[in-house]
Ligand binder design. Structure first.
Ligand code: GAR
Length: 209
């Protein structure tokens, strides 16, 4: 089983869904560490309750991104981490850190990328009047929310939707999608190769929807 770290900044509901999925005996990953850049993140408590090792590295305690990331790297090394899942981790990572973890770090984003990179994705989707919205798991590359796509799930936008109702519909899919995508990268179904995702022979993304 591959040792995985989940990086969070807040609530940690995606983290909880990954922890839950990894309980299955046939899951190819073990959640070995939950790391937060915010010591008061709600998710840290949830991880502790689940018996997972946790670590808070407050970015405000460091003079620059590089020194913050050196501390991150030290914690990841200490726990012998093979893969990183960003789950509501709200710090931008430097190119150096991202390159070091290339092909071994994924993120979940609350939109159908490449639409709505960045923040306030649900608000912007509603403002545009799109009828389909969703979430994406992708490999992390230096450009924000621009990495090769591993898995996506779509939801309808319905009349009367608010940011909250739409977010609630999307997060249900996030919780389903992220464990599925983590399984794919840990068992080799999806690999980063020359800047693109290489899927194992026979992988049927349509059937997985
Ligand atoms: C999730 O919706 C995730 O997709 C989003 O933050 C939320 C975290 O919720 N991530 C981003 O916006 C990344 N830019 P959670 O802490 O309950 O998993």
């Amino acid at each position: 089983r591959r040792r995985v770290a989940i990086l969070i900044s807040g609530r940690g509901s995606n983290m909880a869904s990954l922890i839950e999925a990894a309980r299955a005996v046939d899951f190819p990953a073990e959640i070995a560490l939950v790391l937060s850049n915010r010591p008061d993140a709600e998710g840290l408590e949830r991880a502790k309750e689940a018996g997972i090792a946790t670590c808070a590295i407050d970015h405000k305690a460091f003079p620059d991104r590089e020194s913050f990331e050196r501390a991150l790297d030290a914690a990841l090394r200490e726990h012998d981490i093979a893969f990183i899942c960003l789950a509501g981790f709200m710090r931008v990572l430097t190119e150096r850190f991202v390159e070091r973890w290339s092909g071994r770090m994924v993120n979940i984003h609350p939109s159908l990328l490449p639409l709505y990179r960045g923040t306030q994705t649900h608000r912007r989707a509603l403002a545009d009047g799109v009828l389909v919205h969703g979430c994406t798991v992708h490999f992390v590359v230096p450009e924000l929310d621009a990495g090769p796509i591993i898995a996506q799930a779509a939801v309808p936008v319905v009349p009367g939707d608010t940011e909250e109702s739409l977010a609630a519909r999307v997060i249900v899919q996030e919780h389903r999608l992220y464990p599925q995508a983590l399984r794919m990268i840990c068992d080799g179904t999806a690999r980063l190769e020359d800047g693109r995702v290489a899927f194992a022979r026979g992988w049927d993304a349509g059937a997985a929807l």
